[in-house]
Design a protein. Structure first.
Ligand SMILES: C[S@@+](CC[C@H](N)C(=O)[O-])C[C@H]1O[C@@H](n2cnc3c(N)ncnc32)[C@H](O)[C@@H]1O
Length: 273
């Protein structure tokens, strides 16, 4: 499954496409900012706003070393490093995403604060109790072994550390319409219910601090995005559609439909070790 998941996300020309978008907004790799990259590099429902709402619950400070599990091209890592001043280590399965993310960190001058590694979230090459906080945005939908994933997060965190999960979770038994942004076919999707997530987290040793259903936030975000695109006459030069490739419009419309039909919803879970 891992190879198929990485193949699903592999674009082929992602950095070039982002560079074209950056040039289209009148910027260069030397002048573009973390905030200007946010529309293209925060690959989850609600983009930067969702990251702000979610990450603000992790009580981060400048001395923290944080872990971004399934970091993608590192948008949330750069947001956390620039907003809170902390060190960030990210890990992601898809080699092209990691390489693209490393280039984007260089563009915005954050390579000294952020390290991005290629690897599997269920077997991470880091020492026990080496992180002060960890977060994971829209990653568990591709990982069937939630117990292995959360056992790894638990091993890597210091006692008392917070762990945030923001994933799309299953909310009915009705089949999804594919493709969706995280999977083109049912075989690479590993959805679970909120109950299954909290059970796997608790089995790993975590205590649940709070949970929040983001369905209404998502619906408002999709509506705002639709209105903005209608007004602008199309997609912006920098947007998450770039990472999703040619089939972005159908993946996005299926996700909106699946959420509206009550089959899935984005949910936050904050847990502590
Ligand atoms: C929808 S993207 C989200 C990326 C990033 N968290 C963000 O919000 O911008 C899902 C990411 O999970 C990564 N992923 C999927 N399975 C993984 C695994 N077993 N280990 C590490 N990363 C994985 C994919 O490569 C992809 O980059």
């Amino acid at each position: 499954m891992k190879d198929s998941v990485a193949a699903h996300y592999t674009h082929g020309q992602l950095l070039d496409r982002i560079l074209s978008g950056v040039q289209a907004i009148g910027k260069t790799p030397d002048t573009v900012t973390v905030d200007e990259l946010a529309p293209v590099d925060e690959f989850h429902i609600g983009g930067r706003q969702a990251s702000e709402d979610f990450i603000s619950q992790l009580e981060l400070s400048a001395d923290d070393h944080t872990l971004d599990i399934g970091c993608g091209i590192g948008g949330t890592s750069r947001f956390v490093a620039s907003r809170f001043g902390c060190r960030v280590t990210g890990i992601d399965l898809t080699p092209e995403f990691v390489a693209t993310g490393q280039s984007l960190c260089e563009w915005v001058g954050l390579s000294g604060q952020i390290e991005l590694h290629q690897g599997d979230a269920t077997a991470m090459p880091f020492a026990d109790e080496s992180f002060d906080a960890a977060f994971m945005l829209h990653v568990g939908m591709n990982i069937p072994d939630k117990s292995g994933l959360f056992a790894e997060a638990y091993r890597l965190l210091k006692p008392g550390a917070l762990f945030g999960v923001y994933d799309v979770m299953q909310t009915s038994d009705e089949a999804l319409t594919y493709p969706v942004p995280w999977s083109s076919v049912p075989g690479t999707s590993a959805l679970a219910t909120q109950g299954q997530y909290t059970e796997a987290l608790e089995q790993a040793g975590f205590d649940i601090v709070r949970t929040r259903d983001r369905r209404e936030f998502a619906a408002a975000f999709f509506e705002e995005t639709r209105q903005r695109m209608e007004k602008a006459g199309g997609a912006p030069p920098l947007g998450v559609h770039i990472a999703m490739g040619e089939s972005a419009p159908v993946k996005i419309s299926n996700m909106v439909e699946n959420i509206a039909a009550g089959r899935v919803a984005p949910v936050e879970i904050i847990a502590t070790k």
